[in-house]
Design a protein around this ligand. Structure first.
Ligand code: GYE
Length: 326
């Protein structure tokens, strides 16, 4: 199972981190790679599509995948990473549920000479030698795109035409890269327009149920809501249920902006219940397997691999839906 490419590694070390080298342990070199993948959970449509992409791509690439679901808990992810180290996998990949608190376990992987690839979410650490590369989206840019749509459509979003656009925000998992960055990008852009204000902001943990519950509370506590900015489609879909239950029309009485563009979100967008979606692609599996093969072979890979993404209006969603893969 183990590939020993110490010579190659040594050659390539000039431009890459130590942790990028394959396992030093000698073993049967049958060419196959074992990857340990520590997934966040199954909290959203995005996550389900991401898991499918990783499992299918591993199969296609002939990579032996050990997969675990942490149910959105950091301690579970740390446990699986430790077990992958013990099992001496060739490469560890994971999507860190929150940004901080990874240094200790990543040091253990480094000591065991097992390279780590981050995918989807980033970690906040000073020691960038603890992982080889990051594959995923620019979440700040996603927040900026959401904010830009609102700035461009502020007048139309001022539902009762009182000159103020009151936004409630449904945040993703507290401390996660997408929640922090989507908030930041959005706030940066809307700050250019004094009419737009975030009047309430709370986490719905990226789940439909979380979005519904927080929105129910907002509808009771916040007198005038013009716009919902949800950090993912699922929370936006939960908010739609709450808005309907309160006797209001989602997309009309209250405008909705979300991120992801999974099928359920796109369907609601095409139906006019969501007004704008910023795309975030979960189809990261193929790139991940590609990078894993290179890393295990001691080849150099870029430090950062950023996914290209677009945005959707209702008309664009209707057009894109028939061919949508997730
Ligand atoms: O937007 C959300 C999921 O980390 C980009 O996690 C991912 C986010 C995605 O639960 O739906």
């Amino acid at each position: 199972m183990k590939k020993t490419l110490t010579a190659l590694c040594a050659l390539a070390l000039g431009g890459m981190s130590l942790s990028a080298c394959g396992s030093s342990e000698e073993g049967a070199d049958d060419g196959s790679i074992t990857m340990g993948f520590a997934q966040v959970g199954a909290e959203s449509g995005w996550r389900t599509a991401n898991t499918t992409s990783i499992q299918e791509s591993a199969k296609e690439a002939g990579i032996d995948l050990k997969f675990s679901d942490a149910q959105q808990k950091q301690e579970n992810q740390i446990k699986s990473i430790r077990s992958y180290i013990q099992q001496k996998v060739d490469v560890i990949a994971f999507s860190p549920v929150v940004e901080t608190g990874w240094d200790a376990v990543l040091q253990e992987a480094k000591r065991a000479k097992i390279p780590v690839v981050l995918t989807d979410r980033a970690v906040d650490t000073e020691d960038t030698s603890l992982y080889v590369t990051f594959i995923g989206s620019d979440f700040v840019e996603e927040g900026e795109k959401a904010g830009q749509w609102l700035v461009d459509n502020a007048e139309a979003s001022d539902v009762d035409k009182d000159g103020a656009v009151n936004v409630v925000e449904l945040q993703g998992t507290t401390g996660s890269a997408p929640a922090l960055d989507r908030k930041k990008g959005f706030e940066d852009v809307i700050s250019s327009d004094s009419k737009i204000k975030i009047t309430a902001s709370q986490t719905g943990d990226f789940t439909r149920d979380g979005g519904k519950q927080v929105m129910e509370a907002f509808l009771q506590s916040t007198p005038k809501i013009d716009v919902v900015y949800a950090h993912n489609d699922d929370m936006g879909l939960g908010a739609i249920e709450a808005i309907k239950a309160a006797g209001k029309k989602p997309g009309t009485d209250i405008k909705i902006i979300t991120v992801d563009a999974v099928k359920d979100g796109m369907t609601a967008l095409a139906a006019g219940e969501i007004n704008f979606i910023v795309e975030c692609s979960p189809l990261l599996g193929e790139q991940l397997m590609d990078v894993a093969e290179k890393v295990v072979a001691g080849e150099e890979v870029p430090d950062l691999i950023v996914t290209e993404e677009t945005t959707f209006t209702p008309e664009q969603a209707a057009e894109a839906l028939p061919d949508r893969k997730y």
